[in-house]
Design a protein around this ligand. Structure first.
Ligand code: FES
Ligand SMILES: [Fe+2]
Length: 392
């Protein structure tokens, strides 16, 4: 056989249904609505690191699939999250990405809220005397907020199981790294890509694509790599070792810079379903958050973490380690963005019908079990089979 005619090309791959995915998962307009309500409306999602909210009144705003949220540390030092929307006429209240505020005042008619979400000031309140509007009934919508190893998560669903239950032990491999020393975020940037959010997730979960990255081909030793599967669709990777001085101009990372709990040449990952990746390279940790804007556009937040007590020289080296792979001009991120957008270009226009996720290497090496795990969890949430998601 050589090329395929139109009928052959539209025929699903002759594989078990779990081993391929229809391009409709990226393109069917009804699917994005299902994802918004049945995945992002119900599951825990990483928001930020606690070091980003060090002082009382520190806040970060985030977009949660179109829903504006604000995470803020209160006067009692508890971190809370609210929908960042004014109870008066519905304007988004705070527009900065981060800052510090004693009170949250809406620009539109100057209603104000405190860091506990209570409405504390309504200008000219006498205008409401006749209708009986009470300030006590105008608080912000609170959003569940819990923390694990310094990572702050939010959940829109008041009835969802606890964060601990949801994580199902998937972050435990990071216990020493995230909890061994006081960490802080030293790098934050955002990238917008023209691709469905799952196309970026795939670059994080697909171990086979290390072939694309020249730097990884030279430096990553996959022998010993294992893939671990957790409940709720989380995927762990470990066992890889790095040989950084195999790449021209780079140096081996010394254990004097290693984060507590791992040697400098260590590498481990956890992809948290649905949209966060925690990845450590011995001396530095990256967390990325994949935020769908709409079906064909995605915002990715990148964070780099190092030890809070770093000397300026150590920090400079750690930043260099982060940027070699993960900075905006690093060896991995632009290449991954190119890959995600390349898939979007095909699936978005109907030029591709299916993608194959059929590598089976007994949960080692470059097994596609991670991708199959993601799509099984995705299917359980949205109630659609990934190989034929438009038929329900
Ligand atoms: S909409 Fe916020 S004060 Fe009116
Ligand atoms: Fe990649």
């Amino acid at each position: 056989m050589t090329s395929r005619n139109a009928d052959q090309w539209q025929t699903p791959p002759q594989l078990p249904p779990t081993h391929y995915v229809s391009g409709n998962v990226y393109t069917d307009p009804g699917i994005f609505d299902d994802e918004r309500t049945k995945i992002f409306g119900r599951l825990w999602r990483f928001a930020c690191h606690e070091s980003e909210l060090a002082a009382q009144g520190d806040f970060r705003t985030l977009d949660h699939v179109g829903m504006p949220l604000i995470v803020i540390r209160g006067p009692d030092r508890i971190v809370r999250t609210f929908v960042n929307t004014c109870s008066h006429r519905g304007a988004k209240i705070i527009h900065e990405i981060s800052g510090n505020a004693a009170r949250l005042t809406c620009f539109y008619h100057l209603w104000s809220y405190d860091a506990l979400g209570a409405c504390i000031d309504i200008p000219r309140p006498e205008g409401y005397a006749a209708t009986g509007l009470r300030m006590d009934d105008c608080g912000l919508r609170a959003v569940r907020t819990e923390t694990k190893f310094g990572l702050i998560f939010i959940n829109m669903d008041d009835k969802a199981p606890s964060l601990e239950d949801f994580l199902a032990g998937s972050l435990d491999r990071f216990e020493d790294l995230l909890g061994g020393g006081e960490l802080e975020v030293f790098h934050f940037n955002r990238t917008r890509i023209d691709a469905n959010w799952k196309a970026w997730m795939e670059t994080n979960v697909d171990a086979y694509h290390t072939l694309m990255h020249v730097a990884l081909r030279r430096t990553q030793i996959d022998k010993g790599r294992t893939v671990d599967i957790f409940e709720n669709g989380h995927i762990g990777g470990g066992g890889q070792k790095m040989n950084y001085d195999n790449y021209k101009g780079w140096n081996a990372r010394t254990d004097s810079l290693a984060l507590p709990g791992a040697p400098a040449n260590d590498m481990r990952t956890t992809h948290l379903f649905p949209n966060a990746m925690v990845l450590s390279r011995g001396t530095v940790i990256r967390i990325d958050t994949i935020i769908p804007i709409d079906q064909r556009h995605t915002l990715i937040e990148f964070r780099g973490l190092g030890l809070k007590g770093d000397s300026s020289e150590t920090r400079r080296t750690r930043m260099q380690h982060h940027n070699q792979f993960w900075g905006p001009f690093g060896r991995n991120i632009p290449e991954d963005a190119f890959a995600a957008e390349a898939c979007e270009k095909s699936f978005g226009g109907g030029a591709a019908q299916y993608q194959i996720i059929a590598r089976d290497e007994n949960r080692t090496a470059q097994d596609d079990i991670g991708l199959r795990t993601f799509y099984a969890a995705w299917s359980a949430c949205v109630g659609r089979p990934p190989q034929a998601p438009s038929n329900r």
